[in-house]
Design a binder for this molecule. Structure first.
Ligand SMILES: O=P(O)(O)OC[C@H]1O[C@](O)(CO)[C@@H](O)[C@@H]1O
Length: 313
């Protein structure tokens, strides 16, 4: 049984910059994926935030011409036999992920616990090196999963590695400047639910942000892709005190913002200024979308920690 604790969760968040720098040092000297040879197809398996991170990585592999998918570990069926299967689980204990690999003879585990049941059954293990998350919420491990999957994408496609040190600086900048932005952001997001919105290339930011509000303070929240928003979430703006946590960068930003303005919804923008936002939370290096991807969920995580500790009243 995992215990979750809001003060320890906040301490886990405060440890992000040091944890990122230690990971950057490690990856500078060793490629954790060097054992992976050329492959035609990559299948990621996972649940929750592990799958959110995988979705983005699979998309990047497809954009580079590879066959890749991020599958719910709970899905029926098994990956085609000529696939590199990467089962992702921070704890290495999610039942659905263990079930998904139960009859696979060959798979790689990406996990924060090298002694976990998942790692014990794997052909090879890549460690997240996120340290113990004492608060019981996957936060640093989510960030490290993104980075390690980026390292796999670089290994397979030759793409630029993740800007880890810049993400550490951006994270530190948001943490130290909390008094400037956090109280106002917390006030603005109080309504009938928090709805993070992000471009498909950074969809994990919306989904993980929403998860933080559900898992911590147990506030209704759901993440949405910016273009899709006008087809699925716009409807809620009529009936709810809708609070949008907006991650700019989609070519459909204006379309969504137009509706939000018309319906009088409250918008908090992260990492960029957008027209009509009640607040724009900027951070160091936020002109780089890959730094944003690795950093921007911290806004939701810190608000969620604050509400969880102090309540939302
Ligand atoms: O990566 P894991 O350990 O399999 O966890 C999957 C999901 O389960 C949770 O721990 C909650 O049950 C989430 O925080 C996480 O996203």
């Amino acid at each position: 049984m995992i215990t979750i604790d809001p003060a320890l969760f906040r301490a886990d968040l405060e440890a992000k910059p040091a944890s990122l720098r230690a990971l950057a040092d490690r990856l500078a000297t060793r490629n954790p994926w060097e054992f992976v040879g050329p492959t035609r197809r990559v299948i990621f398996l996972g649940m929750g935030s592990s799958r959110y991170a995988a979705q983005v990585a699979a998309r990047r592999l497809r954009a580079a011409g590879m066959d890749a998918a991020a599958e719910y570990a709970s899905a029926e069926g098994r990956p085609p036999s000529d696939s590199l299967v990467v089962a992702i689980s921070a704890t290495g204990k999610s039942q659905e992920t263990l079930d998904a690999i139960s009859d696979l003879s060959d798979f790689v585990a990406l996990t924060n616990d090298p002694d976990s049941p998942l790692a014990r059954r794997a052909t090879a293990t890549v460690e997240m090196h996120a340290g113990a998350e004492e608060g019981g919420v996957a936060c640093r491990s989510f960030q490290h999963t993104q980075i390690l999957l980026d390292a796999l994408v670089s290994h397979l496609t030759g793409s630029e590695p993740a800007p880890i040190r810049r993400a550490a600086e951006a994270t530190e900048n948001l943490l130290t400047r909390r008094p400037e932005w956090l109280p106002r952001c917390g006030d603005l997001l109080k309504g009938d639910g928090v709805f993070p919105i992000a471009p498909v290339e950074r969809l994990s930011s919306a989904l993980q942000s929403a998860l933080m509000f559900r898992e911590g303070p147990r506030v209704p929240a759901d993440g949405c892709e910016t273009g899709d928003w006008s087809h699925v979430d716009v409807y809620l703006t009529k009936t709810l005190r809708y609070r949008a946590l907006f991650f700019p960068g989609s070519r459909y930003d204006d379309q969504a913002l137009g509706w939000l303005r018309e319906r009088g919804s409250t918008v908090v923008a992260v990492g960029g200024d957008v027209p009509g936002a009640a607040q724009a939370i900027r951070f160091r290096h936020d002109d780089d979308s890959r730094v944003r991807l690795l950093t921007e969920t911290l806004v939701a995580e810190l608000v969620a920690a604050d509400w969880w500790i102090h309540g939302t009243a």
